[in-house]
Write a protein that binds this ligand. Structure first.
Ligand SMILES: C[S@@+](CC[C@H](N)C(=O)[O-])C[C@H]1O[C@@H](n2cnc3c(N)ncnc32)[C@H](O)[C@@H]1O
Length: 322
């Protein structure tokens, strides 16, 4: 049995018997005016953060949701798109698709604005998404890609890239590890399916997104997710997992490398009214300008006398330059 087969078995079980708190770090999912989340759906909140960022969801986007779980985020996406077929939710586990359908049926009774044909639940998997090239505005996945071994993660990221329209967004939430996870844990298929042992480090994770072709990555949130203690997990030192919410754009990778925004800013501290680095960045005196990490490094190296670069806040949601 491969690790992917045991993951399917595991998700079959948690579809039939919900495991409250399996993955999530937040007790209440994003609440929205006029949205009622059925309790059974909430119990199956198997995500580690959120992929539903209201500011990404203008213009009734088409969303391909990979790994439907209990249907919670598909419903939240439908809240914004509100049109027939706008959300396609893919899952290879029949019991999970059935549970999501049941929960969405309940959501139909509880939410007058919602119609079940807003969401199409289809059989499929992350490695062969059942839609044509360049056909969706958003691909989203929450707490799934982290369970994949590295070559499968590459396949899944490339597949997401394939189906996105130019400029489209891959919105993800996954655990990451603050140090590499030891091999004995990585090989534990059950822990992997539980989103506890497949996580990559932040650098490995973002590099893989860029290698799949995404030219811009924005970090929305990074926060503690789980502590793996020494006794339970046979570790020499405890290991902190974090959850990382990100949005990656299908735009060309600039010649000097992808732009990764982590909340850094550059602030001009000199005596003129503004500073022009002659590379496209104009900084007004004393006013922070959001910059990507690549630009932050360049400005700090070249103009340390004139510019202060502030550290990553791990929260960025637009604005600035690059
Ligand atoms: C940890 S759960 C997350 C569920 C949901 N995203 C949420 O936030 O509640 C992982 C989901 O991915 C599905 N899944 C497992 N293997 C998959 C694959 N190869 N491709 C797509 N989905 C998969 C599981 O059935 C399950 O619904």
């Amino acid at each position: 049995m491969t690790y992917l087969d045991s993951a399917i078995d595991f998700y079959r079980q948690v579809a039939e018997t919900p495991d409250v708190g399996l993955c999530c770090v937040q007790s209440t999912p994003l609440q929205l005016p006029g949205l009622k989340i059925p309790p059974a759906m909430q119990e199956m909140n198997y995500g580690c953060g959120t992929t539903v960022h209201p500011t990404e969801l203008y213009g009734e986007p088409s969303v391909l949701y990979v790994g439907v779980g209990g249907g919670l985020e598909a419903l939240q996406f439908a809240y914004f798109s509100r049109r027939v077929g706008a959300i396609i939710a893919v899952d290879p586990v029949p019991e999970m698709r059935q549970a999501a359908r049941r929960n969405l049926e309940q959501a139909t009774s509880d939410n007058p604005w919602f119609s079940p044909d807003f969401i199409q639940i289809v059989e499929g998997d992350a490695f062969a998404l059942p839609v044509p090239d360049a056909s969706v505005d958003v691909v989203a996945q929450n707490c799934l890609f982290n369970i994949f071994e590295p070559t499968d993660l590459n396949r899944a990221l490339k597949e997401a890239f394939r189906v996105l329209k130019p400029g489209g967004r891959l919105i993800m939430s996954d655990p990451i590890a603050t140090q590499p996870i030891p091999e004995h844990l990585q090989k534990d298929d059950r822990l992997r399916a539980m989103c506890l042992s497949g996580a990559l480090t932040y650098e490995q994770y973002t590099q893989r997104i860029i290698q799949a072709g995404f030219g811009q990555v924005e970090i929305r949130t990074r926060r503690p997710y789980r502590l793996l203690d020494r006794q339970t997990y046979g570790l020499e030192t405890e290991l902190l997992l974090e959850s990382l919410d990100s949005v990656s754009f299908k735009v060309e990778i600039p010649e000097d490398g992808a732009c990764v925004f982590t909340g850094k800013t550059a602030i001009y501290k000199g005596s003129e009214a503004y500073f022009d680095d002659r590379a496209g960045h104009i900084l007004s005196r004393g006013i922070p300008l959001a910059v990507c990490d690549k630009t932050a490094t360049k400005l700090a190296a070249k103009f340390s006398e004139a510019i202060v670069v502030t550290p990553s806040t791990w929260h960025y949601d637009g604005g600035g330059c690059c």
